[in-house]
Design a protein around this ligand. Structure first.
Ligand SMILES: Nc1nc2c(ncn2[C@@H]2O[C@H](COP(=O)(O)OP(=O)(O)OP(=O)(O)O)[C@@H](O)[C@H]2O)c(=O)[nH]1
Ligand SMILES: [Mg+2]
Length: 317
């Protein structure tokens, strides 16, 4: 168990490597470079946070919080601000107590997002996670736009040992959802995970299709706990933010999955999205294999973000 935890944290530390280099090295040079806390100090800090893709909203919130604490606690040393900053980011990123309730309930999870962000992969990983908790999982291949999409989900279903309900290429995605709901109910499944298309003939179609699927689930399975996850590719930075906003207009988004956190310098976008939309980042993807999905834990995330070296030093704290 302890070993598993070490591996977990190390992977996260490695995954956030580029983000860390981007934000933390910039910040540490400010903490070390300034001898006292003044306007210039705050300005440079602001610049690093914004450059690190934390976003304007989160940056202001974090700096306001920091300034308040510096005043209240009569802090004089720039270096003391490091801990306060870490605390403040952590507080911003709290997912809330009910974030993972769907894992424990009879639930339907709709997974949405533009093409290529990692929806299908995330569903595969989630199915694997739930299976490991002895849950009965059904996957709905409601991306009928591409023939390959169903095949890809089938592979994940096999890997995760989940049941799959699919449809013909070009068939109505909402009808696949309908069938999948019926099947999940008949089998007394715990969780139904619905994969959706990232691209249809145009964006309007895509959004209409999502609304239709939502209506079907509401009508056919009103007793199910609902979760709607938007998957965003962290490497796309501000575009990811834009996508989250657009999906937020057509669906009741309950959480965000931020993928490809391995190998991006833009992991700070996690903080920006949460601050700006008020929607928690619930999972992060840190690779392409089945265990490369992690629950977003603010404490671990911030610790990984601020751990320098090979990740050893964060384990005991
Ligand atoms: N490195 C890395 N790659 C990922 C991650 N998540 C997904 N990918 C890769 O991203 C690519 C696209 O993933 P998919 O799951 O097919 O994306 P999708 O959103 O279902 O795409 P469409 O079905 O075309 O809309 C694949 O090559 C995945 O292996 C991640 O967390 N890290
Ligand atoms: Mg897909």
């Amino acid at each position: 168990m302890a070993e598993e935890k070490v591996g977990f944290f190390k992977r996260l530390v490695q995954g956030l490597g580029k983000t860390r280099d981007n934000i933390v090295s910039g910040m540490d040079s400010i903490f070390n470079g300034f001898s006292h806390i003044d306007d210039d100090f705050y300005e440079e800090l602001e610049e690093v946070l914004i450059m690190g893709d934390l976003g304007v909203q989160a940056t202001y919130d974090i700096l306001d919080d920091l300034k308040g604490k510096v005043k209240a606690e009569h802090i004089k040393e720039p270096m003391q601000c490091r801990e306060l900053l870490i605390e403040s980011i952590k507080e911003q990123m709290d997912v809330g107590e009910t974030a993972y309730e769907f894992e424990e309930k009879t639930s339907v999870v709709l997974v949405i997002g533009v093409n290529g962000v990692g929806k299908t992969t995330t569903i595969g990983k989630l199915a694997g996670k739930l299976k490991a908790q002895n849950k009965k999982v059904v996957l709905a291949a409601a991306d009928t736009f591409r023939a390959a999409a169903g095949e890809q989900l089938k592979e994940w279903a096999n890997r995760a040992q989940a049941d799959l309900i699919g449809g013909q290429e070009g068939s109505d995605p909402a009808s696949v959802v309908y069938d999948a709901v019926a099947s999940a109910k008949a089998r007394h499944a715990d969780v139904l995970l619905c994969d959706t298309a990232g691209r249809l003939h145009n964006k309007k179609n895509l959004m209409e299709e999502l609304k239709k699927m939502n209506r079907i689930i509401d009508r056919e399975f009103p007793e199910a706990y609902r979760e709607t996850l938007v998957v965003l590719d962290a490497t796309t930075g501000q575009n990811a933010m834009q996508q989250a906003k657009e999906f937020n207009e057509v669906a009741d988004i309950t959480g965000i999955v931020l993928t490809k956190m391995d190998g991006t310098a833009k992991g700070g976008i996690a903080v920006a999205i949460h601050a700006e939309l008020g929607i928690p980042v619930k999972y992060i993807g840190v690779g392409e294999s089945i265990d490369d999905l992690q629950k977003f834990d603010a404490d671990t995330f911030v610790r990984a973000l601020f751990t320098t070296g090979d990740g050893e030093e964060g384990e005991n704290s």
